[in-house]
Design a protein around this ligand. Sequence first.
Ligand code: ADP
Length: 255
Amino acid sequence: MNPILKVRDVCLSYHTLSGETPALSHISFDLMPGEFLSIVGPSGCGKSTLLNLIAGLLAPECGSITLDGKPVSAGSTAVGYMLQKDHLLEWRSIYKNILLGLEIRKELTPEKLSHAEELLRIYGLDRFRDARPSQLSGGMRQRAALIRTLVLKPELLLLDEPFSALDYQTRLNVSDDIGQIIKKEKKTAILVTHDLAEAVSLADRILVLTSRPATIGQTVNVSFSDPGLSPLARRNAPEFKTYFNLIWKELNPDE
Ligand code: ADP
């Protein structure tokens, strides 16, 4: 199997009137199809910058990023982005929100509409199809936001702190829910989070970035003796604490 994503020796600095801010330095990694990668690191180290580069929203100063062998580019449906805010439009029903991307792309074909219907049904949003976003819980809204992205059949999902606006209890349930949908849909995903427990509960592999300019400090392959555990169940598995402590030490070497 070949990697779906290749990040090679990527670096980037921001240039502003007050000077240069080096954000990323010599970042290289591959991502295999179906893999779930989490990226953790100190606040402000360059995690979101890396996702923006992979989405093609920024161009690297050096190095290259290819998805399926082609350089990434902004606006491509190959990459789906999920953010902290769900950006659902209040004046549209949930169904109309889910079709938004297809509508903008003028791709409301019978085949794609039937895929949207199927996702609505499988993931229990059918009964909310005529509801407005404000009538849904935070968790259901994030589920709707994910389905809006999945309808476009992205090859790679980028998740930038998608649960951080939720309270702790909801966050545990929503990350479990979203993680299970991504696995079921066999999607390749990259999650940026400052929450180490969230990273360990969801990922097959974790990249621990150093402080700015970020380099890859450590790569941790995450495997549990029971490979079928849900993200929530992983939190109670014996291996969980070992991975958590390993990454904690990498991020807090002086403690
Ligand atoms: P993280 O996601 O790890 O918190 P970011 O990727 O958002 O970090 O930012 C990395 C560094 O680059 C930070 O120091 C931030 O202040 C700086 N930065 C981010 N975006 C810009 C920008 N548009 N212009 C200038 N500096 C920026």
